[in-house]
Design a protein around this ligand. Structure first.
Ligand SMILES: Cc1ncc(COP(=O)(O)O)c(C=O)c1O
Length: 368
């Protein structure tokens, strides 16, 4: 049996091609967390019609794009910053705030820790507990905050646990952080997939709190990781000014501007995506909840975390089993606080979901 020694990020299809000898076009990626609907017809047409946009520099202020994002998020354009993926904005925010001691709720996306370390800061983790199904115990968490911490990072819904924090809980956290002079960075990359997005998103709180910086992107929900278009929402004008002063001009190209202005208004694509993910996620969750081979955690994002209950099977075994059938899942053993009993996979189209579940459960699965 082929055993992989390396661990793969959701986008490492080149590496898979090399190690397993499978052509990347043939692999269905359940590990990239990208919307399976792909590019919408409206976006395809807008990009081809407006290809001449590349003959001029984009507007330095991105005024009309920011207006469009503000309408989409229900806030004001003055509260929006745009970046080359949310990754550029995470990086700029950390360079400017320069945290010495950050607290990250984990297990979570590893990029925050990397950026904090690049700036010479230390990252401490507050672990979500399996016994709580990876839900945050807000009261216990708040008792761990103190003035020595200068930044708190929360991914909501969280990657890889798919658990979420409600806006009401976030309000308590922001109050406590305010008292301790702590900035809060909230990564809402997956929030649009949540059924209860209106109860989760912290965007309305940016009107009342000046210690919150929210990140969003187009890579996952709008299936455009190659476009590199992300944005941030904050009500803190000093922070906004500092980031704009530091930021290189034109990091969002003219085609990404055209794409953004089309995507955020593409109500039909948004509706179809939410409907597809919601229905498939519920069907997968139901099926796995009843199955003795796995424990599955209630998902809010477009992906599920599952714990393997069979003693003799590891996450690496399942990764190998799936990749040999040209499906790539995430072996979660490299996440802090998780081990080789956890896998994560995203929601794709019905036929692909059934194929993956049949592989994971070693029997023919039909979803209903
Ligand atoms: C939680 C989270 N935030 C941010 C990113 C990166 O987003 P972007 O492509 O917008 O830079 C990822 C990518 O996997 C992610 O999982």
């Amino acid at each position: 049996m082929i055993k992989h020694k390396d661990h793969f990020h959701g986008s490492d299809l080149e590496k898979i091609e090399e190690i397993y000898g499978i052509r990347r076009e043939e692999i269905v990626s359940f590990s990239a967390n990208v919307n399976p609907l792909g590019v919408s017809p409206r976006l395809r047409s807008a990009l081809s019609k407006q290809i001449d946009a590349i003959t001029s520099y984009p507007d330095r202020e991105y005024t009309s794009l920011r207006k469009c994002i503000a309408e989409y998020c229900g806030t004001e354009p003055e509260h929006i910053l745009v970046g080359n993926g949310s990754t550029e904005l995470i990086s700029l925010f950390i360079q400017i705030e320069h945290p010495q001691k950050a607290l990250v709720i984990g297990p979570t996306y590893s990029e925050y820790e990397r950026e904090i370390a690049l700036g010479g800061g230390t990252t401490l983790y507050y672990p979500l507990k399996e016994k709580d199904n990876f839900h945050l115990n807000v009261e216990d968490f708040l008792s761990h905050l103190n003035e020595s911490i200068d930044l708190l990072v929360i991914c909501n819904p969280n990657n890889p646990t798919s658990s979420c924090i409600t806006r009401n809980e976030m309000r308590h956290i922001l109050d406590a952080c305010k008292q301790n002079d702590i900035y809060v960075m909230v990564d809402e990359t997956y929030v649009e997939f949540a059924d209860n997005m209106d109860e989760i998103s912290a965007v309305p709180l940016t009107h009342y709190y000046n210690n919150i910086f929210i990140l969003r992107g187009t890579s996952k929900f709008f299936a455009a990781p190659g476009l590199r278009l992300g944005y941030a929402i904050t009500g803190n004008h000093d922070l906004m000014k500092a980031i704009n002063t530091r930021k290189n001009p034109w990091t969002i190209n003219s085609l990404a501007v055209v794409a953004g202005e089309t995507m955020f208004r593409d109500t039909e694509y948004i509706r179809q995506t939410r409907e597809l993910i919601s229905g498939e996620r519920a069907a997968i969750y139901r099926l796995l909840q009843e199955h003795p081979a796995y424990k599955v955690y209630e998902p809010s994002g477009n992906f599920l975390l599952a714990r393997i209950l069979s003693e003799d099977i590891t996450s690496q075994d399942l990764f190998d089993r799936a990749i040999r059938r040209k499906m790539m899942i995430r072996d979660c053993s490299t996440f802090p606080f998780l081990d080789n009993k956890y896998i994560r996979f995203c929601v794709m189209k019905r036929e692909d979901n059934e194929r993956l579940l049949s592989c994971l459960l070693d029997s023919d699965v039909r979803l209903s």
